[in-house]
Design a binder for this molecule. Structure first.
Ligand SMILES: NC(=O)c1ccc[n+]([C@@H]2O[C@H](COP(=O)([O-])OP(=O)(O)OC[C@H]3O[C@@H](n4cnc5c(N)ncnc54)[C@H](O)[C@@H]3O)[C@@H](O)[C@H]2O)c1
Length: 268
């Protein structure tokens, strides 16, 4: 999709952080945006910010755990914009704690919010995108789903790996049918992600994907997403240097894993 001007986008979790950054980037490039968030106040503020860039941005109150909210958002967009071109599935929550301390009920909550949310979105939007034979999906995963650097957020890592696998397999299906897909794997980004953070058992130290990674502003990531949509790029690493880690692991997983364990041991 070389030009997003006049196109219509939905962004879940659009009221803050990476979602907000992408709303502003798309609106700045002339796209109309439905800012979908469980927090109606935030959705409204970001829609106002986006509209100030000259595009038509509307707030949509949506909980990604509810299929009916996705269906209603689709209907609202068709009524307001008359079209849907870009869908960004961007909500993700972190549950932390040692593996034996995170209960099944919490796993179920994180699987529903981080992974099944994309399934719900697909149910609402894929038939339409396939029928028109055009459009672009962006799924926000995480570096945590690409390789293991911590053991204290298993539901997060597992669901993000699921988003990556689903997105890659969907690329096989969608691209030949005219629909693009990007899997965004952010490294550290300065957002409000800590707000939805839940700790189980005694507090554990949170480990990042790499000591030397500079945290990015969400507006920078928004521009990266816009570029990936325009160039139909599948894997979007906000920190491209992490590709070296993926190469090292693929070359020989055993010494790579031993190295990760040694790093963690040396820190504790
Ligand atoms: N910030 C980082 O360093 C980082 C790194 C890797 C991946 N990510 C991923 O980026 C995505 C966006 O996170 P962020 O860092 O911008 O966080 P954020 O907290 O700044 O924004 C998340 C937004 O999602 C909304 N939200 C929460 N639950 C919702 C629900 N059930 N339905 C609809 N909206 C809901 C919140 O109200 C908030 O506005 C997440 O999937 C996260 O896992 C973030």
């Amino acid at each position: 999709m070389r030009d997003v001007a006049g196109k219509a986008a939905l962004i879940t979790g659009g009221g803050s952080g990476i979602g907000r950054g992408t709303v502003l980037a798309l609106a700045g490039a002339g796209a109309h945006v439905a800012v979908a968030d469980i927090d109606a106040g935030r959705a409204g503020e970001v829609a106002t910010e986006g509209s100030a860039r000259g595009a038509d941005c509307i707030p949509v109150t949506l909980d990604v755990n509810r299929q009916e909210d996705f269906d209603a958002a689709r209907d609202v967009m068709l009524e307001r914009f008359g079209r849907i071109d870009i869908v960004m599935n961007n909500v993700g929550l972190i549950a932390a704690g040692l593996p034996e301390h995170i209960p099944l009920s919490e796993w179920e909550r994180i699987v529903s919010t981080n992974l099944l949310s994309v399934v719900r979105s697909n149910a609402a939007f894929l038939p339409l995108l396939l029928e028109q034979g055009s459009g672009h999906i962006v799924n926000t995963a995480s570096t945590a789903g690409l390789f293991a650097y911590a053991y204290e957020r298993l539901p997060y890592s597992a669901t993000k790996a699921g988003v990556i696998a689903m997105s890659e397999a969907l690329a096989l299906y969608l691209r030949p049918r005219g629909v693009g897909i990007t899997c965004l794997c952010p490294g550290p980004v300065m957002t409000n992600i800590g707000e939805g953070f839940k700790m189980w058992g005694p507090p554990v130290r949170m480990r990042g994907p790499g000591k030397d990674l500079a945290p990015l502003a969400p507006e920078v990531v928004g521009e990266q997403v816009l570029d990936a949509i325009r160039t139909d790029r599948f894997l979007l690493l906000t920190h491209p240097e992490l590709q070296e880690v993926l190469i090292a692991r693929a070359r020989d997983p055993e010494p790579w894993l031993a190295g990760q364990i040694a790093d963690i041991s040396s820190e504790s």
